[in-house]
Design a protein around this ligand. Sequence first.
Ligand SMILES: O=C(O)CCC(=O)C(=O)O
Length: 291
Amino acid sequence: MITDQQAGFYADNGYLVVKALFDSEQVGRALAAIDELLNPDNPDKPYEFEPHDGTTVRRIWSPTQKHPVFSQMASAPLLLDCIERLIGRNILFHYSKLNMKGPKVGSVVEWHQDFSYYPHTNADLLSALVFLDAASTQNGCLRVVPGSHRGGLRSHEVDGFFRGKVQGIDEASAVNIEVPPGSVVFLHCLTLHASARNESNLPRRTFLPAYRAADAFPIYFGPHAAHNEPGIKLLRGQRAKVARVEAGVHLLPIAEREFGSLYELQEGSHLRKELSAMKTAGYAVADAAAH
Ligand SMILES: O=C(O)CCC(=O)C(=O)O
């Protein structure tokens, strides 16, 4: 359970580390479930590869819908007790993913605020990053800018289009969050965060279920945001009949082209894919247009 001091830390800093929330047996079950999902005989292939080698999986989509171990982990009472303390007692499951951060290739995640991808009527949304391996500076641990959630939503645009990243961050104020397996980092949806490439020989697999207060309603239904809504599930308390709306201007994530993952959007490969398809089809396309 989270103490008043820990809740205060989250309110001030926009993140909170809780070590040993899951024990080694639970972590072991999650790792075995990943192996099952990646088994080549599994007809469902819910993942995206690292572009560098085309064989290492970097993202498994919606693991809570693919394996009961992850749906159980996402609704574990101890985890929900923490979340209740941070966003209130009416808790909706929002969506989930697994970031695999494989040895020597694990893609960079550039600085961003999760809220930019799915703006809501208020900012009581958080992600729980459940670390299934030890996370260190060498294998690309999470990095955050403490207190950045209090500065509101920043522009995530490049050349006038949503690219899911904030440029020009002063990294001097960032902290690296190194944790043992079984730890959970609760991350406010407006906290600036990133992670470096995995330079080590060790994986950094992380399960990320995301949650929101029941009175936070989405205000953008573009393709990459709307697909979460059918999977929304009440985990605690009651559904809201009234949306709580925080005043302000909400920037909308209008991208130049549809994209699969944050990785594709940030690295610009969603643009390159389309351009190479156009080139294959015989159109004359300037390379510079791909950024
Ligand atoms: O896995 C990481 O290092 C960061 C994850 C993240 O920011 C995301 O997937 O939105």
